[in-house]
Write a protein of this length. Sequence first.
Length: 274
Amino acid sequence: MRLDFFCTYWGSHHIPLPQFVEQVLEAGYRGIETPIPDARSRQEQIAALMSATGVELIAQVVLCKDPNFENYRAQYLDEVTALAELNPRMINCHTGRDYFTREQNIELIGAAQAIADAHGVPIVHETHRGRFSFNPWTIEEYLEALPELRLTADFSHWCVVSESLLEHHPELIERIAPRCGYIHARVGHSNGPQIIDPRSPHWQAEVEAHIRWWQKILDSQVDCTEFAITPEFGPPTYMPVHPQTNAPLVNQWDINLHMKALLQDRLSGTLSGK
């Protein structure tokens, strides 16, 4: 299985996208992950950039703001459709809300799957606070109800929700690993979704726990020839800042490059940047 590393555009939107893509490819990534605002009006631009550079795209559906389910559903499915029309490598969705009913969240996931299938684009749904997937103790209800459901494994959020490294429930990751189709390689801890610096010796227990989880996912993939991973340490407010200057305590780009190199060394598989 080939491991392909993608770079998040989150935190770098001050850099024009073509320039960012050039920087990403030079750093050895295979592609980028980003939302595409106004995707329909930018289809030709995005297609041209992908064709000219060879960069691959993981398109993100981020949280719709409307708390009303019907309005949310319309906005969410419109965004899924617009991104599917770009023919990305996959669509990564922030889906549903933690206060929607189980039936409402299932309806959203099923409708999004139908759109993705119609366009021949894989779709995954991120484990994330505030979404349908916020809770590690209920995620299996959705997996049982929706056989086609595939997850983006961002377990940093579950560390916060459970206030743990899931030490007392190691079987949970074993059970859901085969249903994970993508990894967000950010390291969380019991009181936050992002440790300060994965290079620090003070956070190695958290780093090692996440690496074990990610390896379980890779080990569980049957007949999978390629697997995408995005090191996703984020900017402030995910990243801690100096209390007086509000400056980030560490460099986001450097940390994600470190994670890429670390996982290329530690995770088993055939490793690939581009």
